[in-house]
Design a protein around this ligand. Structure first.
Ligand code: FAD
Length: 378
């Protein structure tokens, strides 16, 4: 395994640095205009094959893009370029690709993922949203939950049960639904931090053309596993932990008395060192997944190790940051005495989600134990 960048990747990194320096992203809310500027360079979908408007970029090149974008606080597109786009490239019809891929590549459309339901998260195949065939349409009824960005999205890709009598993995179909269809209702779910990231989505007699089904009827589970495979690799979690720890290190260096005057400072300093090692290990685990992908190897328990460790490390770092800041570290940004503008408390609250989304820590441990270590199930 060699983690050094190639000459091409180094040149690309320098190009990105120059671009972000010359075109700083707007602060605050995500900007559609800026997303389109990145799309003009082909960066939203550079991992797609050339025949579908991508650049066939290597997995390491994508890591370079993600790292540079993160350092410059640039949000890259998520569900469209990374989940439904690649899924359509594998399983979609020519008509579906022709209709949906160009607007995703041009960052003209926002997609969301409607998989989880109140009774189906880790055990996704037990989902109960129903799609009943009526001529050239399905009539969809049911509820999705934790749907990120549903309040911003024009389209949702979702799973619905088309055969309730079949074994649970076999009676599911994969549908693309226009969010403006009559009968779709989006309700916000606010996070601890007050941020609005996800939602509940209700379907009441929503009519969906059969032409919007991806793959065969009742075989949607196999399409969904492709989507989930695209979801599992990712360096973003490592970068968040790296940034948060880096900010704590800077703060400690710049105002040492804030920390050294507090009880337990030496043990906290040692913890900073431990977590710096953990962040670097986490980064290498993530590089290993990209390295495997670039050799057409399929990361399985390796992707689970990366996800599990990076989300644990993210929470450990957030805990250390809030503890190191002392009691005032618990204050929210609206409190004038909150250190660092309330960032420690906000990061701590935000870190709770890390071990839940994209497969919980327990599910990742199950994968590592059974598929990685060969331990028996049950
Ligand atoms: C930030 C974030 C964004 C999300 N965005 C989306 C989205 O856009 N679209 C979408 O569809 N979903 C989304 N989700 C939902 C996410 O996929 C689910 O929360 C996740 O799959 C867990 O499902 P659950 O919440 O129903 O918990 P459950 O599956 O009910 O799990 C509850 C607890 O039981 C444990 N558990 C369950 N099964 C086992 C087992 N077999 N062995 C050991 N322990 C087990 C779990 O680890 C967990 O601790 C998002 C979640 C988060 C946190």
């Amino acid at each position: 395994m060699n983690f050094e960048l190639t000459e091409e990747e180094r040149v690309f990194r320098d190009e990105l640095r120059r671009f972000f320096a010359a075109n700083p992203p707007p602060r605050g809310e995500e900007s559609a205009e800026y997303r389109r500027l990145l799309a003009d360079h082909g960066w939203q979908t550079m991992h797609w094959p050339m025949e579908y408007g991508g650049q066939g970029a290597s997995h390491f090149k994508q890591v370079v893009l993600k790292e540079e974008a993160f350092h410059h606080e640039v949000a890259l597109g998520a569900a469209g370029p990374n989940l439904i786009g690649p899924t359509l490239i594998v399983h979609g019809s020519e008509e579906q690709r022709a209709r949906h891929l160009p607007p995703i590549a041009a960052a003209e459309v926002v997609w969301c993922q409607g998989f989880s339901e109140p009774g189906a998260g880790s055990d996704l195949a037990s989902l109960s949203t129903r799609a009943v065939r009526d001529g050239d349409e399905y009539v969809v009824n049911g509820q999705k939950i934790w749907t990120s960005n549903a309040h911003l999205a024009q389209w949702i890709f979702m799973l619905a049960r088309t055969d309730p009598d079949a074994p649970k993995h076999r009676g599911i179909s994969y549908l693309m639904v226009d969010m403006s269809s009559p009968g779709v209702t989006v309700r916000p779910l606010l996070q601890l931090t007050g941020h609005h990231g996800f939602n509940e989505v209700f379907f009441d007699d929503v009519r969906v053309p059969v032409a919007n089904r991806v793959g065969e009827e009742d075989r949607g589970w196999y399409v969904a596993t492709t989507t989930l495979d695209f979801e599992r690799s990712g360096i973003e979690r490592v970068l968040t932990a790296d940034r948060d720890l880096g900010r704590l290190e800077d703060w400690w260096r710049e105002s040492p008395s804030t920390f050294t005057s507090r009880p337990g400072a030496p043990s906290k300093r040692a913890r900073v060192a431990e977590l710096r090692v953990a962040v670097e290990v986490s980064r290498l685990l993530s590089y290993r997944v990209a390295w495997m992908q670039s050799r057409a190897l399929v990361p399985n328990h390796e992707a689970s190790m990366t996800k599990m460790y990076a989300s644990d490390v993210g929470q450990w770092v957030a805990q250390l940051v809030v503890n190191a800041a002392g009691l005032a570290g618990n204050l929210r940004p609206e409190e004038p005495r909150a250190p660092q503008g309330g960032a420690p408390a906000m990061r701590y609250m935000d870190s709770v989600r890390l071990t839940i989304g994209q497969g919980t820590g327990e599910i990742q441990r199950n994968v590592i134990a059974t598929r990685g270590l060969g331990l028996p199930r049950g």
